[in-house]
Design a protein around this ligand. Structure first.
Ligand code: G3P
Ligand code: MG
Length: 280
């Protein structure tokens, strides 16, 4: 374990160190987002499109989660899969496309006729929209098998940092090379909030978050256990859970100290919370 102003004595594998959070530079006075629309409002519009982000905004969502990858010519685009078959009228691998060929795809009609003609969003176009809407962005650096994490970070991170203020941006990834490269590119944890994505918290999660000066952990809500959630909640690390769509089943996780939910339809959570308040 590295030693620094926030470091604690070595502990066993099973015990997270306690920190004095008041001295932790990762503490930020601005509140973490409670509701994040997964791939935009993907329950109601084609995922990872400009339309899905506009739909999220129109439905009252303040934050969206989006995946970014590179086309073969190095253009960063908002896309989840390694292939294009599921969410477009094309076939093949994303990295085989260049910007011109990607722009010919229909990425909306697979979801519904009203989205026919929707185009794959470049990161540039998406950042412009998010800026205009004044939304927050959880950008997931999506490193598909065989793709280069460092190239993705170099292409996607600088324009994103340029476009959005630190309090409206969280950059996350399952890929540790991508996270490491992102932290190397911007060393100040207050200028770049990094989120460590995993299905379950890594065994020594506090070492991982400390190494990256990370802001948050993003975990699969179905695999989260109360002990681990409380352990994280006791630290200065924010905890987000993906991808939950049933606010009733999720309810207990708020009591465990989870900060935010990444959902295909956050409006269900907002409505459920309002119902709970009106009953109280
Ligand atoms: O960032 C949370 C979630 O998006 C991670 O999984 O596969 O939906 O990108 P995935
Ligand atoms: Mg994602």
């Amino acid at each position: 374990m590295t030693q620094g102003p926030t470091s604690q004595p070595e502990t066993s594998d099973n015990a997270a160190p306690r920190r004095d959070n008041s001295a932790d530079p990762r503490c930020d006075s601005s509140a973490p987002p409670r509701y994040i629309a997964h791939r935009g409002l993907s329950a109601r519009a084609p995922e990872n499109t400009l339309a899905a982000v506009q739909a999220a905004h129109d439905a009252g969502c303040e934050w969206v989660e989006l995946d970014v990858q590179l086309l073969g010519d190095g253009t960063p685009v908002i896309w989840h899969d390694a292939g294009i078959k599921r969410c477009s009228d094309g076939r093949g691998k994303l990295f085989k496309l260049d910007a011109a060929s990607a722009a010919t795809l229909d990425v909306g009609s697979w979801f519904g006729d009203q989205y026919r003609g929707e185009r794959m969003a470049t990161l540039e176009a998406m950042l412009t929209l998010i800026q205009r809407l004044g939304m927050g962005l959880n950008l997931e650096l999506k490193v598909s098998r065989g793709r280069n994490a460092i190239e993705l970070v170099k292409a996607a991170l600088p324009p994103t940092l340029e476009a959005l203020p630190p309090e409206r941006l969280i950059v996350s990834s399952f890929d540790r090379h991508a996270l490491t490269a992102a932290r190397a590119l911007e060393s100040d944890p207050e200028r770049l909030r990094l989120g460590v994505l995993d299905d379950k918290a890594p065994k020594r999660w506090w070492q991982e978050t400390e190494r990256l000066s990370a802001y948050s952990l993003h975990l699969d809500w179905r695999k989260l256990k109360i002990k681990r959630a409380r352990e994280i909640a006791d630290e200065s690390i924010k905890l987000f859970c993906y991808t939950a769509n049933d606010p009733v089943t999720f309810e207990k996780l708020w009591d465990w100290g989870v900060d935010g939910v990444i959902s295909d339809d956050p409006t269900r959570f907002v409505m459920h919370a309002a119902e709970q308040r009106s009953r109280a």
